[in-house]
Design a protein around this ligand. Structure first.
Ligand code: SF4
Ligand code: SF4
Ligand code: SF4
Length: 290
């Protein structure tokens, strides 16, 4: 289906949802101010829904707007949100973590053929095997054919880093972390980084050096990776928004790989599952704390 046809479908659906009073707002995409860029647009009246679009530039994961810090969900009426299949995994994870109730959102599921970043198809799309939403309240774009992903091993890049010696690995990451200016765009774009007070903003006591300093940067990146272990759903938003081009996905995927190898668990796939680091079983071998 063409982009124009899909955009016409989302405008129509969003208008009907607001007109009927079924939802209090619709969170979607609109043209950005720069060519080829999109921006988030929140419509609260049917007359505003003409702005909505959907095309290959719609990379942003809009689930980030559903967490408490945005305060968009008010009691009584659901909020509708445009979600690609990979974005729906964040909704699943937020429901698992009791940050969101399913009945508070109306999912406008978008079947998806991939999105673009500055250099072409986004890396996550090359390894994607889920082009149709797992669940939704309305489907836009119909059901698309699932095809073999171009990249069959999602951990291939992680394995390359794992094959380095300890000192090569240290050098690689210290060089990458050294580029970090601590703007926290990665945290702000992440749907799973929803703490109202992040540890890096705490000043009494100050847990982590807050300036862009090698040791503080190391602390920030390792703490964030550990906080997201078993929770990161791999939407790639943190890496996409990092203007310093730090390969954050590599770090998050390393943690996902460890969690998968230890527990056979993949985040964001099953809203009834308990994330492994939030539960304890008597038969656990506790290898990780020995
Ligand atoms: S990872 Fe899959 S669902 Fe997500 S944007 Fe890429 S192709 Fe679409
Ligand atoms: S977005 Fe990039 S530069 Fe900014 S804090 Fe995150 S890693 Fe550092
Ligand atoms: S850590 Fe990055 S890839 Fe993982 S959920 Fe957050 S934004 Fe998405």
């Amino acid at each position: 289906m063409s982009n124009d046809k899909i955009s016409a479908e989302v405008k129509k659906l969003a208008g009907e949802l607001l007109e009927s009073g079924k939802v209090s707002a619709v969170v979607g995409y609109a043209e950005g101010t720069l060519k080829g860029r999109v921006q988030t647009f929140i419509a609260r009246k049917a007359s505003e829904t003409e702005k909505f679009i959907f095309n290959q530039n719609c990379a942003n994961n809009l689930a980030v707007y559903l967490t408490k810090s945005y305060n968009i969900i008010s009691a009584g009426k659901p909020v509708a949100v445009f979600l690609k299949p990979c974005d729906i995994k964040s909704v699943t994870a937020l429901i698992q973590e009791h940050q969101l109730k399913r009945e508070d959102i109306f999912i406008i599921g978008l079947s998806c053929q991939g999105v673009l970043n500055d250099s072409g198809p986004a890396g996550k799309c090359r390894a994607c095997s889920m082009h149709n939403p797992q669940y939704y309240d309305a489907l836009i774009g119909g059901v698309v054919e699932e095809k073999e992903p171009e990249v069959t091993d999602p951990f291939a890049r992680v394995k390359e880093i794992e094959s380095m010696t300890t000192s090569e690995c240290w050098e690689f990451w210290m060089k990458e972390f050294d580029k970090c200016v601590r703007c926290y765009a990665c945290r702000q774009a992440c749907p799973l980084c929803y703490c109202e007070q992040c540890i890096v903003d705490k000043t009494r006591p100050r847990w982590i050096e807050s300036s862009a300093h090698p040791i503080g940067n190391l602390g920030w990146h390792l703490i964030r990776a550990f906080h997201l272990a078993g929770r990161c759903i791999g939407c790639g938003e943190c890496e996409r928004v990092c203007h310093q081009n730090i390969p954050l996905s590599l770090l998050n995927m390393k943690m996902s790989k460890e969690i998968f190898d230890l527990y056979g668990y993949t985040a964001g796939m099953d809203e009834g599952a308990k994330p492994p680091l939030t539960e304890f079983k008597m038969e656990d071998n506790e290898e990780f704390i020995r």
